[in-house]
Design a binder for this molecule. Structure first.
Ligand code: AP5
Length: 216
């Protein structure tokens, strides 16, 4: 029976960092809607051209477009054992669509890990983030710096700062999160699936908390 985990939380709280670790330790596919969109933007696909303006403004990509992309992604062979969703769902419409998709696999969302941190922590994390151009590996200039400034430790590619990490766009992303995504906290709480995790701790400690929440 496949196993599906949703990681929920505001911009910059560490969803991607933790989803990557959990996908490696639990041998589950890591599905990041943000990474999928950025990949399409980089490759200038039709989808990338369509979504770019939403992402640059810190707005959500329309539900229909996002749901179609995720539906395609979860039907790939690497998702047979299940997946960790990072950044999806982001609206109640997306959450309903996910339940429907998983029903087709006779499955459901098993756990929702909700990572929290104060806005000042989010801003500090996002403004110090550097991402590798080739494969999206993530660093932080203070908390997890690369060995060599501006260069990825893993593949040697250039590190860049995301366009949507500009301070004014981050403020918009946080507002959009509070308005459109925070209702999912209640959505999953009512379904008995939500576990809240303190995301202000160091990366290793947050991983520990997430793993023990999963064991329960
Ligand atoms: P997306 O890429 O999903 O952005 P986000 O949700 O805003 O999240 P981030 O990627 O900014 O942060 P994160 O929580 O993954 O943190 P990270 O691990 O990198 O989406 C981008 C855009 O795409 C959206 O704004 C929207 O336009 C669109 N989009 C995406 N999904 C969508 C959907 N479902 N529907 C509609 N539109 C959608 O960590 C941040 C930094 O902190 C890093 O530098 C990291 O090294 C550091 N760090 C992490 N954890 C810790 C720790 N514990 N201690 C210290 N530093 C830490």
């Amino acid at each position: 029976m496949p196993f599906y985990i949703v990681i929920l939380g505001p911009p910059g709280v560490g969803k991607g960092t933790q989803a990557k670790i959990l996908s490696e330790t639990n041998k589950l596919a890591h599905i990041s809607s943000g990474d999928l969109f950025r990949e399409n933007i980089k490759n200038q696909t039709e989808l990338g051209i369509l979504v770019r303006s939403f992402i640059d403004k810190g707005e959500l990509v329309p539900d229909g477009v996002t749901i179609a992309m995720i539906k395609d992604r979860i039907s790939r062979p690497d998702c047979e054992a299940g997946a960790i969703f990072d950044g999806f769902p982001r609206t109640p419409v997306q959450a309903d669509a996910l339940e429907k998709m998983l029903t087709e696999f006779k499955s459901q969302v098993d756990n929702v890990l909700y990572i929290t941190a104060a806005e000042s922590v989010l801003v500090e994390r996002v403004s110090g983030r550097w991402t590798c151009r080739a494969n999206g590996h993530v660093y932080h200039e203070k908390f997890s710096p690369p060995k060599e400034t501006g260069k990825c430790d893993i593949d040697g590619s250039e590190l860049y700062q995301r366009d949507d990490d500009k301070i004014e766009t981050v403020a918009r992303r946080i507002k959009v999160y509070l308005e459109q995504t925070a209702p999912l906290i209640d959505y999953y709480h009512q379904r008995g699936k939500l576990v809240e995790i303190d995301g202000t701790k160091p990366v290793e400690k947050v991983t520990e908390l997430l793993l023990s929440a999963l064991k329960k």
